[in-house]
Design a protein around this ligand. Structure first.
Ligand code: HEC
Length: 161
């Protein structure tokens, strides 16, 4: 079979479009100090929401709070939704400006890896929903543990401590 040069270029372009569409967000540089400050505030506000949904789950996994299936379900759905927006909120590169941030420079140097870690959070949140749906109490702790591990995995590489 013979492929023309042009058809190879077309195929490569289509492949690039298809593969990049798997990633929702692309890194863009903040355009001004004001933009960088706002983007940092939104980013941190989003993580505060992540924390408020994770807190009760952590308490349940530790046995400090009793398992509550409705809270587990609600918070797991919210964590999935927050994971869906995380790429957009993390993608604004604020490195050029003087902002108070816990984000390491690596976030914007390795964004495809950051997106993998976001996907890990998303699938662990879905896993928790599946565990709740199955009603198998012995699976709850492990499912919450996977969500927590996905936070840690990203923080270890991309968050200052
Ligand atoms: C894909 C990477 C990633 C994942 C996944 C992630 N985080 Fe973070 N988190 C960050 C980064 C980067 C920052 C620093 C943001 C900043 O200060 O600009 C941060 C900051 C935070 C903060 C501080 C927010 C503030 O007000 O300064 C909290 C709390 C937090 N994360 C909780 C969590 C929890 C809980 C999870 C899991 C359910 C989680 N994060 C998952 C990357 C991640």
């Amino acid at each position: 079979m013979k492929f023309s040069r042009k058809s190879l270029i077309v195929a490569a372009t289509v492949g690039a479009i298809v593969s990049s569409s798997a990633f929702a967000a692309e890194v863009t540089e903040a355009s001004s100090e004001k933009h960088a400050k706002a983007a940092t505030q939104y980013r941190q506000a989003m993580f505060q929401l992540v924390r408020s949904n994770m807190g009760p789950l952590g308490g349940m996994a530790k046995g400090v709070l009793p398992y509550n299936e409705s809270v587990m379900q609600t918070n797991a759905v919210r964590l999935e939704q927050l994971a869906n927006m995380m790429g957009d909120y993390l993608s604004v590169d604020t490195r050029k400006f003087d902002v108070e941030t816990g984000a390491k420079d690596g976030v914007w140097e390795n964004f495809s890896d950051v997106e993998k870690k976001i996907m890990a959070l998303k699938s662990s949140a879905q896993g928790l929903q599946a565990a709740v749906k199955s009603g198998d109490e012995s699976a709850y702790r492990g499912a919450i543990g996977k969500v927590g591990a996905s936070c840690k995995s990203c923080h270890d590489d991309y968050k200052k401590d």
